[in-house]
Design a protein around this ligand. Sequence first.
Ligand SMILES: *[C@@H]1O[C@H](CO)[C@@H](O)[C@H](O)[C@H]1NC(C)=O
Ligand SMILES: *[C@@H]1O[C@H](CO)[C@@H](O)[C@H](O)[C@H]1NC(C)=O
Ligand SMILES: *[C@@H]1O[C@H](CO)[C@@H](O)[C@H](O)[C@H]1NC(C)=O
Length: 460
Amino acid sequence: MFAFGTNTMIAGNLLRRFRSFVAKPDAIDSSLLAFFVCRVLQVSSQLAGTLSTETHPKLNWQQCTISGGCKTVSGSIVLDAEWRWIHQVGSYTNCFIGNIWNTTICYSNKQCSKNCQLEGADYSSYGISTSDIYLLANETNYQPFRPLNQEFSVDVDVSALSCDSNGAISFLQMDLDGGKGRFGNNQAGAQFGTGYCSSKCPRDLKFISGEANAEGWTPSNIDPLSGSGNYGSCCGEMDVWESNSFANAFAAHSCDVGSQNRCTDAACGTAAAPYSGVCDPDGCDFNAYRLGNQSFYGPSKTLDSNKKIMVVTQFVTDSNTADGMLTEIRRKYIQSGKVLANPTVQVSGSFNSIKSQYCGNEKSLFGDVDAFGKHGGLNQVGKGLGTGMVLSFSLLNDAATRFLWLDSRYPVDKDPSIPGVARGRCGPEPPATLLVDPGAQCVAVYSNIKFGDIGTSGGL
Ligand SMILES: *[C@@H]1O[C@H](CO)[C@@H](O)[C@H](O)[C@H]1NC(C)=O
Ligand SMILES: *[C@@H]1O[C@H](CO)[C@@H](O)[C@H](O)[C@H]1NC(C)=O
Ligand SMILES: *[C@@H]1O[C@H](CO)[C@@H](O)[C@H](O)[C@H]1NC(C)=O
């Protein structure tokens, strides 16, 4: 068993966002991936440090073809750069403490990038952890996935994830080398988990495009370990699985930019103008509960979140080839030896998958801004998938959103009987007690990852 940790020197402020991560590759075949425990951590530069060495835990997965069956690929995983210790070059002084930069060292982004370095993660120490890990092909590159005309399957166990948490699996259009080639000042690269981006164009990242995000940094007033800088990091995103034991969704996000892109101001989307950015922050989502089927998913429901679930996602193109245009994202589940189709829902027509028509109908039925269509819709998502995506696994407890959009009602001030407002059965009020026993309450296990030709990975 491996536990992600940071150097004990900085393990002061442990009650972060209750994020933490323990990867537990299977003792026999290393195919069991992840095991997240909600606890914490602290950290972050893009200079590669040398105080802790970086040894990536192994993670095997299967590549499947119609002609050749499934073959094991040996890969490994890397902890996101954001969750690492950053310290002054040549000293143990933290560049970032709590939710603020040390402005003596980090008075400008450029200076900060020179003065600070990112440390290797000690995957075998206890304690800390992460929101994100990525699958690596080798020491310098993330594993590229091109999901068009392919399917992806993974076993998930989210039985211990409570309301307010989100265990997610996504394809992100990150640079395959973490940005090391494109940004000369990024000396760390994929080996250190750099280059995160998403369609939410997050501004809470400490480093973007090889440079610190210290200028304009505003500490969060609700999260003692988070804040946001002037820049954000945008890219295409395909959320295959966002979940806790009470709710789940999958969602495609379209984006104008064809690769990781640093944004500023309106191009990131702002609180006042959330849809002004270059990407679609909301996505075209499929959440059975939100779509009116409240009995499909949950503890002891049709798809029982108390048990392991195989989640199969298929990316269908118009030509049934990898060069075609993405036209549909299909989903099926396999549990206890039985195939469960994605439920059919009524969205001004019957649908059981994500299609362009479904997305447009959903946005109008729910009265949502159609940022998905504005940024090119499913066709644009397909272009992104064709370029090679990075597979990310995460577990989050986010003080700002509390994932009410996933498992509660959202917006919270709206009547839950209005179509699209009710997302899941969690209450909108904060939990009475915090997750004080993270091991017991906040664990997700991902295993049996397969990728390949449609019809080959699902097992049934
Ligand atoms: C900030 O960095 C300076 C320069 O290394 C150091 O002297 C100071 O103690 C640091 N401040 C904190 C709060 O760590
Ligand atoms: C690492 O993996 C990438 C992506 O599969 C590949 O292009 C590259 O050649 C590999 N590098 C080495 C040194 O094996
Ligand atoms: C929910 O989906 C399941 C599986 O497709 C179906 O059996 C059930 O009738 C649906 N319930 C509602 C309320 O639509």
